[in-house]
Design a protein around this ligand. Structure first.
Ligand SMILES: C[S@@+](CC[C@H](N)C(=O)[O-])C[C@H]1O[C@@H](n2cnc3c(N)ncnc32)[C@H](O)[C@@H]1O
Length: 249
């Protein structure tokens, strides 16, 4: 499915009938000790998640590869002990699999829709994760004020890379990065949106490809320049993400 110029299917797409499959070998490797909780998350998506419409039934047979494993791969570009903001988390992707696979990280989920925020809060509580859930839009002044800055901002199927960088660079600390999970359009998007990326304060941009088959993800890593540009000088500038200190939602 193509959403906003992207070819990642969001959790919420489809109308098939079968339930979740067993974890793949990649899932076993990526989630390690957290595999039972990853399985619990897959079951939550397949049960109440499906009932509440956060994931479409057609996604259930490919939930491990296309959603959990694909999401957990983003950990490959996240430095140890980072603070992470997952923008447009929706059903919890990639933020929940990332938090499960990488307990060294401090993860905050950002989502504007009340119904999805309630879902995320329920998932976090059920899985016993130390993850903060916030309601808001990435580009809003209030979000920047409340959240501060993070080492890494992640996003999957939220917006084309240029717009995403414009929204999120003010939420990335100097020297930090945006890691956007994309489909096969990743290189084309980077070329097409080069001007927007520079204007947003992007330095180096690289595309890191992980996985195979349905699990394949092309992660666009946008490194933020050390100096603030006009686009990155919002109210949140200069303050580090509060995820580590403030765990209220
Ligand atoms: C297509 S869904 C993808 C959800 C999830 N990341 C996934 O991969 O399944 C896009 C999500 O981004 C959220 N969203 C849209 N605009 C946003 C914005 N400006 N700031 C933060 N989130 C946004 C939507 O509410 C929705 O949950």
């Amino acid at each position: 499915m193509t959403i906003d110029g992207q070819d990642h299917a969001p959790a919420g797409d489809g109308s098939g009938e079968t339930g979740p499959t067993e974890p793949t070998a990649e899932a076993v490797e990526l989630f390690g000790d957290a595999l039972p909780r990853a399985r619990q998350y897959a079951d939550l998506l397949a049960g109440p998640g499906r009932e509440q419409g956060v994931i479409g039934p057609r996604e259930l047979p490919r939930i491990w590869d296309r959603h959990l494993v694909n999401s957990a791969y983003v950990g490959r570009v996240v430095p140890p002990a980072s603070t992470v903001l997952d923008v447009g988390s929706g059903a919890g992707l990639p933020g929940i699999p990332l938090a499960l696979a990488r307990p060294d990280l401090t993860v905050t989920l950002l989502e504007p829709m009340a119904r999805r925020v309630a879902w995320l809060e329920e998932v976090v509580a059920t899985l016993g994760l130390e993850v903060v859930v916030r309601r808001g839009r990435a580009e809003e002044r209030e979000t920047r004020r409340a959240c501060g800055e993070f080492d890494v901002v992640t996003a999957r199927a939220v917006a084309p890379i240029g717009r995403l960088a414009t929204w999120t660079m003010p939420l990335v600390r100097a020297g930090g990065r945006l890691a956007a999970l994309k489909g096969a359009s990743a290189h084309d998007e980077v070329r097409r949106d080069a001007v927007d990326l520079r204007a947003a304060g992007a330095g180096d941009v690289e595309v890191v490809t992980c996985g195979a088959g349905d699990a394949t993800t092309h992660i666009v890593v946008v490194h933020r320049t050390e100096r603030r540009t006009a686009a990155g000088s919002g109210p949140g500038a200069g303050r580090r993400g509060r995820g580590r200190k403030d765990r209220s939602s």
